[in-house]
Design a protein around this ligand. Structure first.
Ligand SMILES: *Cc1c(COP(=O)(O)O)cnc(C)c1O
Length: 403
């Protein structure tokens, strides 16, 4: 009866809404990605945006234990969150650094991305003001066609003169970022960007500044264009078990290399917070966007757009209950939503519901949700609320949902 099920479901330590992080899957993804790299190519685990919603601390600990050579974050506040876990692994700031942040960057011991001489000047000044500090490793971003961060080729001689005059800074790397490598199977633009980066390296070398590392590859480039690997690849989305795009998956197939098997690292679960009957003719939710044509049973779920369940899934998404699809009914609220369980008899209060993940033969991937929302899997996972508990499932065990 329902009471027994409710008791079982409620007894465990599981919260009503949480993310489950599969540590073994993350490790396996990193290993599979390493397999496609030539020996000696370094791996940067990109853990920005709270590790793409997976939880920066748990993922950083896994990445460091797995022996990554670099960690990548967007900004200083993200670095501070994981600083104690880096354990000697260098951390690069991939986002811009402002001159006003120079002293903090130096004190933190991170390697900034620099695209403005004014920032380089401020960093050099901060280094001079810190007695005994070693030369600060910096990564100069080169503009090759994305027109986001980066210096233009004609600025390189001035940068070389600056670096010669400022031994406080050390040219650890030059790098760039691809504009459309995920969006197409035609890599003409990416090849042009890579050629421009290589040209920039020659220009730096001609000015007497040989960068220690050349890096450009994000996940998609690492997966489909070996020539982009350079000295270091920066792996984000693929390390979390998600393909950067359909086109990337296709390109990997077309390149006669099916590509590594990527295992999704994250599942998102909740529990039924109320079971209710809706008489025929009644409306459900804000805006009265849904009206029952027959008597229905709904599960009220304690999750909404505040948690990262996109409001665009109103009336379109579905969740998994007992391994079967239960459609989302009506609008997603701030903290709640409703799913149709009319055809699933005896669903009990407290029963497990999967919002994202696998249950038997059924699954809901970040790609599925992204397609329903008209966005990309990156946004689906990156916007999962920071407040959600993230439970590390380690070592690998059968989840209550897949058993
Ligand atoms: C986020 C980011 C990456 C990782 O990109 P993925 O597509 O997630 O692998 C790499 N490089 C830079 C500069 C980034 O900002």
């Amino acid at each position: 009866m329902t009471h027994a099920r409710e008791g079982r479901a409620d007894r465990g330590p599981r919260p009503a809404l949480y993310l489950e992080i599969d540590g073994a899957a993350y490790r396996q993804n990193l290993r599979a990605l390493r397999q496609i790299l030539a020996p000696g190519v370094r791996c940067m685990a990109v853990v920005k945006a709270n590790a793409y919603g997976h939880g920066a601390r748990a993922i950083t600990a896994l990445a460091v234990a797995e022996g990554v050579e670099y960690l990548g974050v967007h900004a200083l506040d993200e670095f501070r969150e994981i600083a104690d876990l880096a354990a000697g692994v260098p951390v690069a700031l991939l986002g811009p650094t402002l001159p006003s942040e120079a002293a903090s960057v130096l004190a933190a011991g991170v390697e900034p991305t620099v695209s403005e001489l004014e920032t380089a000047e401020a960093l050099a000044e901060a280094q001079r003001a810190a007695p005994g500090a070693a030369a600060l490793p910096i990564h100069v971003k080169v503009e090759t066609g994305t027109h986001r961060q980066g210096i233009l080729p004609e600025e390189i001689p001035a940068w070389c003169r600056f670096l010669h005059a400022h031994p406080e800074l050390r040219l650890r790397g030059i790098h760039t970022h691809y504009a459309n490598i995920e969006d197409t199977t035609d890599q003409t633009i990416a090849r042009r960007q890579l050629a421009r980066l290589q040209e920039a390296r020659r220009a730096f070398a001609a000015g007497g500044c040989v960068p220690e590392l050349l890096h450009s590859a994000c996940s998609a480039a690492a997966l489909v264009m070996d020539q982009t690997h350079g000295d270091l690849v920066r792996l984000g989305i693929a390390s979390y078990g998600l393909w950067p795009s359909r086109e990337t998956f296709l390109s990997a197939l077309l390149s006669h290399r099916a590509g590594p098997e990527l295992l999704p690292v994250l599942s998102w679960k909740t529990r039924v917070a109320q079971v209710k009957t809706v008489p025929a003719g009644e409306y459900v939710g804000y805006g009265c966007s849904f009206r029952a044509t027959h008597a229905m049973r709904l599960a009220v779920l304690p999750v909404g757009y505040y948690d990262g369940y996109d409001r665009r899934l109103s009336g379109r998404g579905y969740v998994l209950v007992r391994g079967r699809r239960a459609p989302v009914v009506g609008r997603i609220c701030m903290n709640m939503m409703m799913a149709d369980i009319t055809d699933l008899p005896d669903v009990a209060l407290g029963e497990e519901v999967i919002l994202l993940g696998r249950w038997g033969a059924e699954s809901i991937s970040a790609d599925d949700l992204a397609a329903l929302c008209g966005t990309i899997n990156y946004e689906i996972v990156a916007r999962l609320g920071r407040h959600l508990p993230r439970l590390l499932r380690e070592p690998r065990e059968t989840s209550p949902a897949s058993g």
